[in-house]
Design a protein around this ligand. Structure first.
Ligand SMILES: Cc1cc2nc3c(=O)[nH]c(=O)nc-3n(C[C@H](O)[C@H](O)[C@H](O)COP(=O)(O)OP(=O)(O)OC[C@H]3O[C@@H](n4cnc5c(N)ncnc54)[C@H](O)[C@@H]3O)c2cc1C
Length: 253
């Protein structure tokens, strides 16, 4: 029966993908601009990468532009040109359509080889020998419905906290190890000039095995917020991919 065939191929295909990605080089948590850019550059370098996103849609904060006006801004177009996004120069800034940007970035990450599991929420960290070794995940609907459902784990040599504002993975560490992150996880007041550069500069490993990229960096280091300008997010994603790639190369050498 066609009805059974449809169900069977979906279940088989999804299970195959999930099983093949229970062990990875990198797990990226959050499919916002930083997480998607990181996964695109990691996959381009041949790094086995899984992205976990709790929402139905990927793209994080891209879609709404500013206050729902779906236009996003950039200071340069290097990465946008690479992923094929149309830009318009307007004064000292470049603009792009938020929908085109979100879909192009997700498409490029996917085509480069990223495995993306949406509707999948990270609820905890796998920690061994004081090193982050993976994430504990559940169906996002389990939390929404308040269901008592046990999770499963997706492991990796490195994990990226690309959860944006909440810096959720760092928050999970902070709750059990407050001494490691004594300050509150919170961005500072708006200041685009300092933050666009600062977010890239501070993109780094903040605990063995755990890197931060994108707005999570602002929360962890108390950098200013920057609003709907996305170059820093892309560059932070590209930088974290480069840092992890170097680590993988040197440990494989
Ligand atoms: C509500 C909102 C508020 C914003 N506020 C600011 C601001 O104050 N300052 C500023 O500069 N810019 C802000 N922006 C603008 C811009 O959207 C962000 O700067 C940019 O999107 C951040 O990119 P990112 O990749 O770091 O994170 P995001 O685009 O936020 O993407 C993070 C992704 O991680 C996912 N995620 C979170 N937790 C989990 C989890 N546990 N498991 C799995 N997935 C998870 C989220 O669903 C999301 O898709 C905001 C955007 C929105 C929509």
């Amino acid at each position: 029966m066609i009805e059974v065939d449809i169900s069977r191929v979906i279940i088989e295909e999804y299970s195959k993908r999930l099983t093949e990605h229970l062990e990875n080089d990198v797990v990226v948590v959050g499919a916002g601009p930083a997480g998607l850019a990181a996964s695109y550059y990691l996959c381009k370098s041949g790094v086995k990468t899984t992205v976990v996103e709790k929402k139905l849609s990927v793209g994080g904060g891209i879609w709404g532009g500013a206050a729902g006006y779906n236009v996003v801004t950039f200071e340069d177009t290097e990465i946008l040109d690479e992923i094929g996004v149309t830009t318009k120069k307007q004064g000292g800034l470049y603009t792009a359509d938020a929908i085109e940007f979100a879909t192009a970035l997700a498409y490029k990450a996917k085509k480069a080889g990223a495995e993306i599991f949406n509707l999948t929420e990270v609820e905890d960290i796998v920690l061994k020998d004081e090193t982050v070794k993976g994430v504990v995940v559940n169906s996002a609907s389990a939390r929404l419905l308040g269901l008592h459902v046990d999770p499963f784990c997706i492991c990796a040599r490195f994990v990226i906290d690309g959860t944006g504002h909440p810096a959720e993975l760092v928050g999970m560490l902070k709750r059990r190890k407050p001494e490691l992150f004594p300050r509150e996880l919170q961005e500072y007041f708006m200041n685009v000039e300092t933050s666009e550069a600062g977010v890239v500069e501070k993109t780094s490993e903040v605990f063995p095995g755990l890197y931060v990229a994108g707005m999570s960096v602002c929360d962890v280091f108390g950098l200013p917020r920057m609003g709907p300008i996305f170059g820093g997010m892309l560059k932070s994603g590209k930088k974290v991919a480069g840092l992890i790639n170097e680590r993988l190369q040197s440990s494989n050498a």
